[in-house]
Design a protein around this ligand. Structure first.
Ligand code: TYM
Length: 400
């Protein structure tokens, strides 16, 4: 019988951050060491996802190869026979399956995805209308009847011209690909029957959508898909080391992210270990003066505890035992800074010794194997929805 699958992917449109490294790459290395015998492990580069937002297209291909190099440098053994490594765009079944899934997912579901909303800050028209009404009332109060309807209409016209151009700009930035992106992600997951999908907390809603689509289509068509485990089971499985949200060092209320321009709060793969350490030493904390794991009131301190926990491979309870009696934030920052600097320096050293050719050889070997698996699932789904014959009574149609 096929072993269950652990699957994840990291986009290649921007330089990886400490968030990617600690949120998913390091956990994958540990999961492989722990479960290599009992699970198949898929790591892929979602290069089609990488173009959902405007990106540096000239560097994209190179960055895709670099992403695979990075997982090797972080310690993933890609020569393990249980491991498949591939690029999404090299396996057309991903896009074909995504189209079919799109026809079984609803606009309302996608519209609720907070990641899309975060990327495309929507304009709240009610607030805007309220604003212009208030403005009118104020002007009337000030100028009485002298403030005529016509003047108000002129004012409104100006106001809405500004709004219109803002909407147009935002609409251009929000591609249809970005909106549909969670469905392509569902396709990535369901094509390979993934049971566990280790991802950062920002991807939780997308994982849940993949589950919802799988459950819905299984209900309609019988057992088409393996339904991935829900978030709670996933975080139990990865023992708290994945499913996390590494925060910006400067603005710890937000995720550390490659898309936000926050250089002092974001540690990039290319930062020197010294730069990384000094960013940690400059991290925003608070004035409470006690070391608690409490993201609501002490997000900066909690972020540092979380970083230490992942790098020392300890549960948060274990890290708290070491730190909760202490009060010095400087000591905490130094400990986190040293760990981050050492971690980055090891990866950077390993990266230098991996050749592009080794990576391309591995991809060329694995992609046809991954395509066979993906195509088998796709064919089942095509049969279920009537795109391919179910029984072999169309002998002339040999292309299924
Ligand atoms: P992406 O490329 O934005 O990020 C890759 C992984 O890194 C995690 N991550 C973080 N984790 C903790 N703290 C952070 N600050 C942080 N920043 C990023 C992300 O949660 C993610 O797990 N949609 C995915 C890529 C994808 C995928 C898939 C993943 C496409 N198809 C199928 C799993 C399965 C994404 O944009 O990740």
């Amino acid at each position: 019988m096929e072993k269950p699958v652990i699957l994840t992917g990291v986009r290649s449109n921007a330089e990886p951050t400490l968030g990617n490294l600690l949120g998913v790459i390091l956990p994958m290395v540990r999961l492989q060491r722990k479960h290599a015998k009992d699970y198949n492990i898929n790591f892929f580069v979602p290069d089609l996802h990488s173009i959902t937002t405007h990106t540096d297209y000239v560097s994209l291909y190179k960055n895709t190869i670099n992403n695979v190099k990075l997982i090797v440098a972080a310690g993933l053994d890609i020569n393990d026979p249980q491991m498949l490594v591939y690029r999404q765009s090299y396996i057309p079944a991903h896009s074909e399956m995504a189209w079919i899934l799109e026809c079984f997912a609803y606009y309302g579901e996608l519209n609720r995805m907070t990641q899309f909303k975060d990327k495309v800050e929507r304009i709240d028209f009610r607030e805007e209308l309220n604003l212009s009404l208030n403005n009118y009332l104020q002007m009337q109060r000030k100028f009485g009847e002298n403030y005529t309807k016509h003047e108000y209409i002129d004012f409104l016209a100006m106001h809405f011209a500004g709004l219109k151009s803002l909407v147009e700009r935002q609409e251009k930035e929000a591609t249809v690909g970005l909106f549909n992106y969670p469905i392509l992600m569902a396709s990535d997951i369901l094509l390979y029957g993934a049971k566990y999908v280790p991802v950062g907390e920002d991807q939780r809603q997308h994982l849940e959508l993949a589950r919802d689509i799988a459950i819905r289509m299984n209900r309609d068509f019988g057992n088409l898909f393996t339904v991935p485990e829900p978030w709670e089971k996933l975080t139990q499985f990865v023992a708290g080391i994945s499913g996390v949200r590494i925060r910006s060092l400067k603005h710890p209320q937000f995720k550390m992210s490659k898309s936000v321009s926050d250089p002092a709060g974001t540690i990039l793969l290319s930062d020197t270990p010294e730069q990384a350490k000094s960013k940690v030493l400059d991290a925003t904390t608070d004035s409470i003066g006690r070391i608690n794991y409490d993201f609501k009131n002490q997000s900066g301190v909690s972020n540092l505890l979380q970083i230490i926990g992942i790098l020392e491979n300890k549960t948060i309870e274990g890290v708290l035992k070491d730190w909760q009696e202490q009060t010095s934030y400087v000591k905490l920052k130094r400990a986190a800074g040293d760990l981050v600097a050492q971690f980055l320096s090891d990866i950077q050293k390993n990266l230098r010794s991996i050749s592009d050719q080794d990576i391309i050889d591995k991809l060329s070997h694995d992609e046809p194997i991954a395509a066979l698996k993906a195509n088998a699932t796709l064919l089942n789904v095509q049969r279920a929805v009537g795109l391919r014959p179910i029984i072999n009574d169309y002998p002339s149609d040999a292309r299924n």
